[in-house]
Design a protein. Sequence first.
Length: 252
Amino acid sequence: MGTIYAIANQKGGVGKTTTAVNVAACIAEAGYATILVDVDPQANATVGLGCPKDSTPNVYDVLAGSVEARAALVATDVPGLRLLPAHPDLAAANVELPREPGSEVRLRDALQGLRDEAAYVLLDCPPSLGPLTINALVAADRVIVPVQTEYFALEGLAGLLDTLALVQRELNPRLSVAGMLLTMHDGRTRLGRDVEREVREHFPDLVFDTVIPRNVRIGEAPSFGRPVIHHDPHCAGADAYFELAKEVAARG
């Protein structure tokens, strides 16, 4: 029975998609069957794994009930990693889902069959706390929260944690925080060091030991349609994501 992880933060540009793609790739490289589900209408995780953003069938078709999730999976260039791609039409789900009774559990129900397909299922969420992110949190067992080590990234953390507590209380009692991940970190700057210290002081049991550095190779990799561990397996970014994957596995 596989474990479902949501990668979520309502703030954009904090490294959600980069983390989802690279953690999924690292886990797959370690020999575990892994599925990445792109729940973001921008389809960046889809493109980042070398698939077109107009792929069909896709997550929107799954949410609409016109195709089973298993039938929408596509292979990637990473052995052991399959993708359930997104599509720009997925943006319509933000309007359509709230109109349907029980819409919050639509993704959870659709993904149940994938638990037998993979040891790990990762959900890349959009940068909002809208219907798609709520669906992902209801479907997930655990959530990873990327936090950019800059001042504004701290502003929304309390709100996000309140939302996670609400989802846990009302819709998904098994949901827990796997950890907060410090991303785009520049340890040479005082700001980076101060933000890291503040996050670790406020959430001492939740922050991953691994810190993802600012790294050019991480930024380049999506333009080649591959995770950084394939783009440059020896760079600092690849090393960090390998370490993070070990931590995720160790935390269960």
